[in-house]
Ligand binder design. Sequence first.
Ligand code: DGT
Ligand code: CA
Ligand code: ZN
Length: 574
Amino acid sequence: MDKKELAEVLEDIATLLEIKGENPFKSNAYRNAARTIETLEKPLEDFQVVEDFRGLKGIGVSIAEKILTLLKEGRLPYYEQLKASIPSGLIDMLSIPGFGPKKVRAVYENLGVSTVGELEYACHENKLVELAGFGAKTQENILKGIEYLKKSQGRFYFHEALDPARELCAAMQKVGGLKKIEIAGSLRRFNDTVKDIDILASAENPHAVMDAFVSHLLVESVINRGDTKCSVRLINGINADLRVVSEPQFPYALMYFTGSKAHNVALRGRALKMGYKLNEYGLFPRDSETSEFLGSEKEVFKKLGLAFIPPELREDRGELEAAESGSIPRLVEMSDIKGIFHVHTPYSDGLASIREYADECLKRGFEYLGVSDHSRSATYANGLSPERIQKQGEEIDALNKKIKNFRIFKGIESDILSDGSLDYPDEVLKNLDFVIASIHSGFKKSKEEMTRRLIKAIENPYTTMLGHPTGRLLLAREGYEVDMEEVIRAAAQNGKIIELNANPYRFDIDWRLIRKAVDSGVLISINPDAHRLDNLDYTFLGAGMARKGWSEARHIFNTRSAKEVEEYFKKRSG
Ligand code: DGT
Ligand code: CA
Ligand code: ZN
């Protein structure tokens, strides 16, 4: 058990106690202990007896004993009994956005509601309108939350599926006689979330490939296995399907299983008009049972009078027309990206130092780095006072002198305050190279107010880019309500950049809106929003999402060279 897991158990205990309505001091004690453990500097090995915890904030004898039991035995009877003492449906309810332990307890005690389904029913019967602490508006929000939960259930974050999919493919690649292997489905199309992993292979010996698949370390159980298809459940809960087809069938099957369904339907319709039947087995001239023999997707598209359509664009959003008229864009690639903005250092809530980020950027072939810690209103994230901005600036100046062929830009991620203004006076902002303006609090305003607030931030002459413009957290929280088309228009008018926050829990701005933004002439910056070194990997995911939004290199701000970026910033500050 590591610190994080330990902290999670303590946090869970606090939540369970709250649901049970026990003394708030008790649940707070566990919550504080969780925080202490999470930020502990000493290794857990240093804690062997209760005395070792002396002096640690929030950890008394009773909690210390429980921690020791967890560390020694990997389980805690107290925790297990606590869990068993309340209906499990109550814990499920906590997944409803905005529905915390106190609300769970209130509906359980007063309405006898103990599952998400019952809660939905109770909302439909207006039972929450009269309940103390609730009301019509809250009831409406709960229903929205349940709707959201239902939609997102059974879906996973993109990177959670991509990493194991790649490992599975790598293992199968080692099997002799393997001809082709590709990830298909929503993963190949770079959807922001996915239901499962689809892999397609062709091989001389399908059974050997399937053996490698089902016996992989990441596989928890085999759901079923036939001659050409098998399905497994991975240890992280994601299902993976492998299909093995003949080599001539491969391009057709790849197209089919890449989807999307809507794209397939449109493509099949086009084929039909041209006198063909198209399916996962082949492309059949009318009245023939023998497929055309075409070696790749590219050739199949060509036969249908189309240029190759990159998988990211296969969503039936005009890609067939573009492929017919030869106007499929040359989509941005990772290799076009020359630097990154938006990293957090220990000055606020990040874990890697400026120097470490710079070295890592150099290693990755980048020319520059833009540091942007949180601003002073973000007290929870240790936001920077003007003095500390100054100090960080001095550190950056020194590093810029020391590190050759690299440039570190000084920035800040400024909170957008509730009235739309930025978090520092102009005297502070004017010394920075760039400002990312983001909303981190006050989500619950009306759509009009939110839109006005964002536009005011965009109009601020010191704002360089708008950070994670809708504030959404995929599978967890819908973004605040905002008229993004108006925001995009304002960004275009004011010559401001919009961030594509490449953190896979956000992917914000949404890919559908990226296309709108670039068509309106707005530059997009693919920002990892890194809080640790390996978060720089997010840049790759962001590039995929930008591709899905039909972006070319010229649409992406950080495909520019360090020199071009410097000039851009200079021109802005006049
Ligand atoms: P997901 O898994 O929900 O994230 O999205 P996909 O697109 O990976 O969907 P999935 O796994 O159900 O199916 C993979 C592909 O197979 C899908 O993109 C298109 C194709 N496909 C599946 N069912 C049908 C169907 O009923 N009709 C057509 N035309 N294609 C289908
Ligand atoms: Ca899929
Ligand atoms: Zn940030």
